[in-house]
Design a protein around this ligand. Structure first.
Ligand code: SAM
Length: 217
C-alpha cells in the first residue's frame, strides 16, 4: 500500500503515461501504477545499488517495469519514449541538478511531476528558466511532514520572488497556512538564539520572515 504522499503523486499521473520514476527506491510507486492499470510502460531509475536490487526483485514478475541502475535521467533511453518524469522525495536543489544534467532531454518531456522535500523555489526557478510552466501544485501532510508536489508542462511562465517561494496554486490551502506558520515559529526561535555576531545570517532570516508575513497575511 502506498502512503498518502506517493498516492497523491500517483493520482497526478495521466492514464496511459509512459513514465520514468527517477530515484524510485523500491519501485513502489510504479508497481502501484501498473497494478491499478494506469500505466503500462515504466522505467525505474536508481543510483544506489541496494534499492536497485530490491526494485529488481519486487518487479521480477511485472514486465511493464524496467529497472535501471543509473544516475538521474541517464536511466532513460530514447526508445522508451517517456512522456512523464517523476522525481520525488529528494531535496529541491538535487532535483534541479538532475533535470539540468540532461537538459536537452528533459525539455522534450511532456509532464514533470516533482516532489521536493525542501527548496521548492529552486525547482520552480529551474522550470521557469527551461521552458516549463506550472500546471498544478498540491500540498499535503503525511505522517507529520508537509510536502509539496509540483506538476509542470512545456510552456512559458514568469514567476516573481513570492510565486517562486510559495507557488501559485497553494495559498488557499489549510496545510499551506500551517507550513508557513510553522516556518515563522522556527524563524522566531532561530532569531531568539542567534548570537549578535551572526549579523549577515540574521538579516537573511529577517528578510525571509518579512516575506512570509507579508504573503500570508
Ligand atoms: N522516490 C521515492 C519516494 O519519493 O518515496 C524515494 C525517495 S528516496 C528518499 C530518494 C531516492 O533517490 C534514494 O533511493 C536515492 O538512492 C535516490 N537518488 C538520489 N540521487 C539520485 C540520482 N542522482 N539518480 C537516481 N537516484 C537518485
Amino acid at each position: 500500500r502506498l502512503g498518502k504522499r506517493l498516492r497523491a503523486i500517483a493520482d497526478l499521473v495521466a492514464d496511459g503515461a509512459r513514465i520514468a520514476d527517477i530515484g524510485s527506491d523500491h519501485a513502489k510507486l510504479l508497481i502501484f501504477l501498473v497494478e491499478t492499470g494506469k500505466v503500462s510502460y515504466a522505467v525505474a531509475g536508481e543510483v544506489a545499488r541496494g534499492p536497485y536490487e530490491i526494485s529488481l526483485k519486487n518487479t521480477k514478475d511485472i514486465p511493464e517495469i524496467t529497472v535501471r541502475l543509473a544516475n538521474g535521467l541517464f536511466a532513460i533511453e530514447e526508445a522508451d519514449v517517456i512522456n512523464t518524469i517523476v522525481i520525488a522525495g529528494m531535496g529541491g536543489i538535487l532535483i534541479s541538478e538532475i533535470l539540468e544534467a540532461r537538459k536537452e532531454f528533459t525539455t522534450k518531456v511532456k509532464h514533470l511531476i516533482l516532489q521536493p522535500n525542501n527548496e521548492e523555489a529552486a525547482v520552480r526557478f529551474w522550470l521557469m528558466k527551461n521552458g516549463f510552466k506550472l500546471v498544478n501544485e498540491q500540498i499535503l501532510e503525511d505522517r507529520g511532514k508537509i510536502y509539496e508536489i509540483i506538476v509542470a508542462e512545456a510552456g512559458d511562465m514568469l514567476l516573481n520572488e513570492d510565486e517562486m517561494k510559495f507557488g501559485i496554486f497553494l495559498n488557499k490551502h489549510e496545510i499551506f497556512k500551517k507550513k508557513w506558520s510553522q516556518r515563522l515559529s522556527e524563524i522566531n526561535y532561530v532569531l531568539s538564539v542567534l548570537p549578535e555576531s551572526q549579523e549577515t545570517e540574521k538579516q537573511k532570516i529577517i528578510a525571509e520572515k518579512n516575506q512570509i508575513e507579508r504573503f500570508i497575511k
